[in-house]
Design a protein around this ligand. Sequence first.
Ligand code: UFG
Length: 330
Amino acid sequence: MSILVCGGAGYIGAHVVRLLQQRGEKVIVVDDLSTGRKDRIGNATLVTLDVAASDAVTVLANTMVDEDVTGVIHFAARKQVGESVERPMRYYRQNVGGLANVLSAMNEAGVDQMIFSSSAAVYGMPDVPTVSEDVPCHPINPYGETKLIGEWMMADCQRAWDLKWIGLRYFNVAGAGWDDLADSAILNLIPMVLDRVERGEAAKIFGTDYPTPDGTCVRDYIHVLDLAEAHIAALTALATGQPSHHTYNVGTGIGTSVREIVDGLRRVAGWEFPVEECDRRAGDPPTLIGDPLSIGVDLGWKANHGLDEILDSAYSGWQAGPRPITAPRA
Ligand code: UFG
């Protein structure tokens, strides 16, 4: 028996792979290595494959049968809000087309358990301070649209062939559980800030005129290790049947502004690196904070790591990587 992790060599996927391995599970990783790295997956079997490729259904179905796969965790998707506005078809091809291939292969191979990386981006610009899962979904960018379509696809498969599934709606994932698994793709706020600082450039804040306390966007930052634990909890729950909900927020209920993150990184780095205030970025909602009540009740999950651990571990992981930041001499 084994668990197939699509996108398991990526930042979040590799944390889940490591937790699964620590539990003694056999893990098969499918990854195109576009942002993923082989050295992150330990002794897992690697199948190098783009899940959106034309031969993906066959390769995936054969792998599932050969490796006696009982459940799939699907991370393999693109995740940049801004890029999705500029290149929407890339997102539909990869996120919707790729998932369709994975689900088709599962149906063919008789695998009926799926944990799906959904996103808080499905909510769009909710009119409530903290979103619960029953808030209507009105995504405001193609990225969020593709994640919502993914949830619909799984609901359809549930009706058609009894797929058991949980969609975890991630809020803003950051930090590192281990230095070697730190986020090396420069796609989100913290790595983007550290990348610019390392290159001797000012960190950028996109938008300072939002209707938020300090004018910058507010997000719910979740430690990647807590998020990884949520996948284990979801997998465990599915193994004994479908829990009462299909989608769960993985957030903390606490909002932090972009400015607070940047100030926190200055504190951790120990110097006041320069910061540039820029125009708003297209597709950004002002505030997005998740209510984690349901996942606590149904799956017994809660976040155990706070903002300081997120910032400390993200910085430590960055410094252990190929381009550590050197503070200027006083
Ligand atoms: N930001 C900056 N400067 C930067 C990079 C980002 O100010 O250099 C800002 C963004 O404009 C945004 C905030 O920091 O206001 C967070 O941006 P990210 O790109 O890190 O994350 P997003 O909130 O856009 O999206 C992330 C994930 C999505 C997920 C979403 C849920 O990438 O997958 O969180 O809230 F859906």
